[in-house]
Design a protein around this ligand. Structure first.
Ligand code: DP6
Length: 354
């Protein structure tokens, strides 16, 4: 927010004496929302380009998002990266700087960057913060350099940072087309403003960092699971059916497909060599409670990503009943509920970029 912009402006003044350099500086800002995959991306056929084996379909969320500011500095100045007010170093920073180097090479631009990120997402807790993080970073980068990129190019840029980020440039429902190379592997909007009201309750079982990152987990599955080809074959059909359910505003089919796809993905992890799971004991309690609620006529479905948390899909009329039950089943869990979120927004030197 504003305090950061102020701080950066002061730092810049302190460290640069030449006003010429200052006038060349450009700041790009972008806000991107996280998305939850209803049909999952789980496996790359090309690690370097982040090309997935299958299409995937997601829902962008309203209340979990990342705002990132990128300022292009003179190349002689040190680069810096802060997240939620603290400097970032180590593996997380390396991944970001490698990504920036790649984008700079792709667009033939240079300069040292000051990156400031505000993450309004519980990190490393299975809420796929990398989806909003890399979409926001791609957008802020494009805005800072004044690049003429359309939504598809922005999606490609985001994909190079994290696969799921390709879908976060769009609001509502999006589909990442697997494609066969960098140009064709890109997300497209399905329905950015769905007419049916959908809520998602994130049940935070455990906020300790995940044991196996999504990158490492899916790699192990691709390399070692004898069942991986079955997953690939099945997901092709699952995507077609999910897209139809969205077109029909058919919550029941959407929920059933999403829940089964999450089970398929988590079953696949057990079949890796060695097998692994993101489930914690409380995870299973939530899954059982959701199934029980549905049997009682409270229609809701679950999905899960690379962590122990559960996301429950529900229509507004049943949200309170689900929250009430889960508060009894997992009293220690934090629950956050949200709705359908918008696509990326960007600005350059404070002026909105369309
Ligand atoms: C389970 O996008 O985090 O959330 O491309 O290696 O950064 P990398 O993976 P990432 O994987 C997300 C996996 C998932 C399913 C999904 O979002 O489709």
């Amino acid at each position: 927010g504003a305090p950061y912009m102020h701080k950066n402006a002061c730092n810049t003044h302190n460290s640069i004496s030449s006003s010429t350099v200052n006038s060349m500086e450009r700041t790009g800002t972008a806000t991107a929302h996280t998305n939850i995959a209803l049909i999952k991306y789980w496996g790359k056929k090309d690690e370097a380009l982040r090309l997935p084996f299958t299409d995937s379909i997601s829902l962008t969320l309203a209340d979990f998002y990342t705002t990132t500011e990128v300022t292009v500095l003179d190349s002689a100045l040190p680069k810096r990266f802060t997240m939620n007010g603290s400097p970032v170093q180590g593996k997380a920073a390396d991944r970001v700087w490698q990504y920036i180097a790649r984008l700079q090479q792709r667009f033939g631009v240079r300069g040292s960057l000051a990156i400031t990120t505000e993450n309004h997402v519980p990190t490393s807790a299975g809420l796929a913060s990398s989806s909003s993080a890399f979409a926001a970073l791609a957008g802020a980068f494009a805005a800072a350099y004044g690049l003429q990129v359309d939504m598809q190019e922005l999606s490609r840029m985001a994909r190079l940072g994290s696969g799921s980020a390709s879908r976060s440039v769009y609001g509502g429902f999006a589909r990442w087309i697997a494609g066969s190379d960098d140009a064709t592997s890109v997300a497209v909007p399905i329905d950015e403003h769905p007419s049916f009201a959908l809520r998602m309750i994130a049940v935070q079982i455990d906020v300790k960092p995940k044991a196996i990152s999504s990158t490492a987990g899916m790699r192990r599955v691709v390399e070692t699971s004898p069942y991986f080809p079955v997953w690939v074959e099945h997901n092709v059909d699952a995507c077609e059916r999910m897209q139809q359910a969205i077109a029909d505003s058919d919550f029941t089919t959407l929920g059933e497909l999403a829940q089964q796809n999450a089970l398929d993905m988590h079953a696949l992890n057990l079949t890796a060599r060695p097998g692994f799971t993101y489930f914690e004991p409380q995870t299973l309690q939530v899954l059982q409670a959701v199934d029980q609620l549905r049997q009682e006529g409270v229609e809701c479905y679950y999905t899960m990503d690379a962590g122990p948390n559960v996301k429950v899909l529900v229509q507004p009329e049943h949200e309170a009943a689900v929250l009430e039950r889960l508060a009894v089943v997992v009293p220690d869990a934090t629950m956050l509920s949200t709705g359908v979120g918008p696509g990326i927004t960007m600005s350059a030197n404070g002026v909105p970029v369309s």
